[in-house]
Design a protein around this ligand. Structure first.
Ligand SMILES: [Zn+2]
Length: 279
C-alpha cells in the first residue's frame, strides 16, 4: 500500500463583514484552505473555495498533482467551503462529493436561490458558481481509499451547526474545517455564549486525537499547521465569553478583543461576532 502525502492550497478573498470601524484595513481579508491527501494514484480533497475564479485555481492545482480525484469531503455546510463542488465534479466526473447528512442538508439550504440572494450574492455579486452543487450524504463515519481510512469526526456546533473534521490516522493529520482557526478572527455571528462552550469542547475532542498536523479551514498562509492552534482557538472563545460579560457595547467588546489579538486577519469577523453578542 503506497504511503499517503498531503498538500494545502490557500485561497484569499475579502471578508464577509465589511462595516467595521476603521484602523485594520491591512488585515481585512480571509483565507480558506483546501487540502489534498493522496497516494501514488488517487486523491481525496477536503473542502473547496468560494468564487468561480478561486475554484478554477483549485481545479488546476488538483489537476497538477496528477492523481485521480476520488472524494471531495466537505466539513460543514457553509458556502465558502462547498461552492467549488460543481466545478470540481465537472473537472473530475469520477469524484464523489460527500458530507455528513446534516452538513449536506445545510449546504443544500445555503445553495438555494433564496439564500444566495439574501447572503452570498450580496457579498460576491456574480462570482458564486451557479447553481451550487451540494455534497451527498455519507452513510457511516468513515470512507476508504486504497486501504487508507478517513474518519469523520462529528464536532457539533462550532462556528455553525453540524460541523465535522476529517481525521487521517496514517498521517496523524486532522483537517478541522472551522473547528480550528489559525491566525484569523473566528466567525462568531452564528454563535451564543453557550454554543461557544460547545465549540471549546470540540477543540478538546480533536486535541484528544493527539494529531501531528492540524489544518484549519481558515489560516494565515505562512503559519505552520501546528496542533497548538486547537488550544489557541479555544482560548480565543474563552476570552470572547469573558470579555463579552465584562463589556456593555459592541465597540467595547471589539476593542477589548483586538487588544488581545491585534494581528489576526479578518477583524470584520470579530466585529460581526461582537454585534451578534450585544444584539
Ligand atoms: Zn469557514
Amino acid at each position: 500500500m503506497a504511503a499517503l502525502q498531503f498538500d494545502v492550497l490557500c485561497g484569499r478573498r475579502p471578508g464577509l463583514t465589511r462595516d467595521l470601524p476603521p484602523g485594520k484595513e491591512d488585515l481585512q481579508w480571509v483565507v480558506n484552505t483546501a487540502t489534498l491527501i493522496y497516494d501514488d494514484t488517487d486523491a481525496v480533497l477536503v473542502d473547496t473555495f468560494t468564487s468561480v475564479d478561486q475554484n478554477q485555481e483549485l481545479v488546476d492545482w488538483v489537476r497538477g498533482h496528477g492523481r485521480n480525484l476520488k472524494f471531495i469531503y466537505i466539513t460543514h455546510g457553509h458556502g465558502d467551503h462547498f461552492f467549488g463542488v460543481k466545478q470540481l465534479k465537472e473537472a473530475f466526473p469520477g469524484a464523489r462529493a460527500i458530507a455528513t447528512p446534516a452538513a449536506a442538508r445545510q449546504a443544500a439550504h445555503e445553495g438555494s436561490p433564496e439564500y444566495l440572494a439574501s447572503f452570498w450574492d450580496k457579498a460576491f455579486p456574480g462570482r458564486i458558481p451557479k447553481p451550487p452543487v451540494a455534497p451527498e450524504p455519507l452513510d457511516g463515519d468513515h470512507f476508504e481509499m486504497n486501504g487508507h481510512t478517513f474518519e469523520v469526526i462529528e464536532t457539533g456546533y462550532t462556528d455553525t451547526h453540524d460541523t465535522s473534521a476529517l481525521w487521517v490516522p496514517d498521517l496523524r493529520l486532522v483537517v478541522t474545517g472551522d473547528v480550528a482557526y489559525n491566525g484569523i478572527h473566528q466567525y462568531m455571528a452564528e454563535t451564543t455564549t453557550e454554543s461557544r462552550r460547545e465549540w471549546m469542547r470540540a477543540t478538546d475532542k480533536l486535541a484528544a486525537l493527539d494529531p501531528a498536523v492540524v489544518i484549519a479551514g481558515h489560516k494565515i498562509p505562512d503559519n505552520p499547521d501546528d496542533p497548538k492552534i486547537l488550544a489557541e482557538t479555544k482560548q480565543y472563545l474563552a476570552d470572547f465569553n469573558r470579555l463579552d460579560a465584562a463589556t456593555d457595547t459592541v465597540a467595547e467588546l471589539y476593542e477589548a478583543m483586538l487588544q488581545l489579538y491585534p494581528d489576526r486577519a479578518n477583524p470584520g469577523s470579530l466585529w460581526g461576532g461582537a454585534k451578534k453578542a450585544k444584539s
